[in-house]
Design a protein around this ligand. Structure first.
Ligand code: SAM
Length: 286
């Protein structure tokens, strides 16, 4: 059951301890601790790939996404709480759980972010030290879930999606914002992306010794093609109700057109990441 820790205002859900030994957990926990001693701007710049004003624009860029965010929801893999806090600014939002296993992100950073973005409404965001693989909420209790750049970090996407489906109401929506590659991307190209070794700048920014060998794959970065995302959704019984690709006006994003005939929208704001583009799926329960 949920255990509300009044003093620090966060819930704790059971976590599979395996996650605590992953490279991405250790990196995020260390970074969250170091930057929590700085200020709001440093925390959001270092932990979140996209600045809050651009996250806000991304949430509003597509009407179907924006109107799905209502009443009660959960931000899965919520990091330091930027996405959840921005969503909670909407009047129509009653509460949003911000689910994140990284202890220092939840305990040390989320209070700072919630305070700054929401001020007296900060309690609309309920911080949860937990994972999206074990969501301790009542079945059919949420109107929406959202995951920004977090679903590719799931080590068992089918399990994660089943958890999400369980807690969504009948007409609830799951908004997945992530990256996806064309279906004609070869296995060799995918492996190449996964095996990229982080450079010195990244190692330095994340407080590693400069001789550390850390690949993107070791850091929890998984590279899915459109057909793989769609296969996962179908297997669990999610229906893709809407999809759109959002691209920065940047040559990296513009040089490849998707091979799924998905509508693309070019925007003026920065959406970050290596590819400078994101896929948004709005999923409904079948
Ligand atoms: C790239 S970050 C994105 C954070 C946030 N959504 C944002 O956009 O700022 C991915 C987040 O997913 C979290 N994560 C990884 N595995 C998770 C799991 N099993 N359950 C919940 N969150 C997880 C990571 O700790 C990390 O904070």
């Amino acid at each position: 059951m949920n255990k509300l820790k009044k003093k620090n205002s966060f819930l704790t859900w059971k976590i599979d301890k395996k996650i605590l030994n992953t490279e991405d957990y250790k990196l995020n926990n260390k970074v969250a601790k170091k930057y929590s001693k700085k200020n709001f701007n440093v925390i959001v710049n270092k932990y979140t790939n996209i600045l809050p004003k651009n996250v806000d624009s991304l949430l509003k860029v597509d009407k179907k996404v924006w109107i799905s965010l209502k009443k009660s929801g959960a931000d899965l893999g919520g990091g330091v709480g930027v996405v959840a806090s921005l969503i909670a600014k909407k009047k129509i939002i009653d509460k949003i759980y911000c689910v994140e296993p990284v202890e220092n992100a939840v305990k040390k950073c989320q209070p700072i972010i919630k305070n700054k973005i929401l001020k007296k409404n900060k309690n609309k965001v309920i911080s949860v030290l937990g994972t999206f693989d074990n969501i301790e909420l009542n079945n059919s209790s949420l109107d929406f879930c959202i995951a920004l750049d977090a679903m590719h970090h799931s080590s068992n996407l089918i399990k994660t999606l089943k958890e999400v489906k369980k807690v969504l109401k009948k007409n609830g929506k799951f908004i997945v914002i992530d990256r996806a590659h064309n279906n004609n991307t070869t296995d060799k190209e995918i492996k190449k992306k996964e095996n990229i070794v982080y450079g010195k700048e990244f190692l330095k920014a994340n407080f590693f010794p400069l001789n550390k060998i850390l690949t993107r794959k070791m850091n929890g970065e998984r590279e899915y093609r459109f057909k793989e995302w769609e296969g996962f959704f179908k297997k669990v019984g999610f229906k893709i109700e809407h999809s759109i690709i959002i691209k920065e006006n940047h040559k990296k994003a513009l040089k490849v057109v998707n091979d799924m005939n998905i509508k693309e929208k070019i925007v003026k704001f920065k959406i970050g990441g290596f590819d400078k583009k994101k896929i948004i799926y709005v999923l409904g329960k079948n």
